[in-house]
Design a protein around this ligand. Structure first.
Ligand code: AFP
Length: 294
């Protein structure tokens, strides 16, 4: 079975990008091993005002240290850090990351993940400029879903830590699963119309509370993950830089799409590191539907 470095090399990725991606993928083992002793919430909040889980801060510190030691990274923008972390000024890449997405699910042993985007140059670029994106999913298996702009492939980590290909040329089918965040009574009219339309067409609700796990399901079976705007949160909950952009890049590489309900979030140049955006991501037919509703 093709290994992760062999695949990246076949895609024509430069050696330093291959090193960076394989280094990040290798962190799935220490991160997974840390779950057992980091079960609780910490006494801290992140810059979006959310209470941090111990695993949020553990994975953040761990990944920043690893990226710093690699010498390949200029800047890191992390969901768990107020400001962009400056590393090696002359280094080729910058990393955007949600070190532990879905951390409230650690206590209940549901699937969580690490989301990563890699840019050439600085962090504050539109998602369409990403050079690579990947996520590590800590489920029954540890999987790595990756794109370097040549489609999407999924790897599973074996017990020696080697990432072996499970699926290549992944395409998001026009499926009928959906998962929507927010509180139904607070949904705005456009979102409510969209959900009722797709439910009437047979869409089935599946939502876990982990964006990365819910997206992985959509990537495989098709449908849409949504975190809509509301009166209270006009830009929804999820972050453009760490969540929407890497996942949106992977979706578009798999023939799907991402939108804020009006247009692609991959075209937005971020103004602030922690800016939020409404998210609709999944099968391209679903994204066309939400964008077509007034
Ligand atoms: P955490 O990483 O703080 O657990 O947040 C998870 C998340 O950003 C995303 O992974 C989920 O889809 C979404 O929030 C869940 O939010 P709700 O609890 O409001 O449904």
């Amino acid at each position: 079975m093709t290994t992760l470095p062999e695949y990246l090399s076949k895609c024509g990725a430069p050696d330093d990008l291959i090193s960076l991606i394989t280094l990040i993928a290798a962190q799935a083992t220490p991160i997974r091993n840390a779950f057992i002793s980091n079960q609780n919430y910490a006494d801290s909040k992140n810059s979006s005002g959310e209470t941090q889980a111990e695993m949020d801060t553990w994975s953040d510190v761990h990944l920043v240290n690893i990226l710093a030691a690699s010498g390949l990274v200029r800047e890191v923008a992390s969901e768990e850090q107020e400001d962009i972390v400056k590393l090696v000024e002359t280094a080729p890449y910058s990393v955007v990351m949600d070190p532990l997405d879905g951390s409230s699910l650690i206590k209940v042993n549901l699937c969580v993940g690490t989301i990563i985007g890699i840019y050439e140059g600085g962090c504050m670029q539109a998602g369409k400029n990403l050079k690579a994106a990947l996520y590590l999913l800590y489920g029954p298996m540890t999987t790595i879903t990756v794109s370097v702009g040549k489609g999407v492939a999924v790897f599973a980590m074996d017990k020696e830590g080697c990432c072996r290909m499970l699926r290549d040329n992944v395409r998001i089918p026009e499926g009928n699963l959906y998962g929507s965040g927010g509180i139904r009574t607070e949904w705005l009219e456009k979102h409510a119309k969209f959900i009722s339309r797709i439910e009437n067409e047979g869409a089935k609700n599946r939502y876990s509370g982990s964006f990365v796990a819910d997206f992985h399901q959509i990537l495989t079976y098709g449908g849409v993950y949504a975190y809509p705007p509301s009166e209270k949160q006009p830009n929804g909950k999820l972050r453009l830089v760490f969540e929407a952009n890497p996942i949106g890049y992977l979706a578009s590489q798999a023939g799907g799409a991402i939108s804020n309900g009006v247009s692609s979030t991959l075209d937005i140049v971020p103004e602030t590191v922690h800016q939020r955006t409404p998210i609709y991501v999944g099968s391209s037919g679903m994204i066309k539907k939400i964008e077509s509703i007034e």
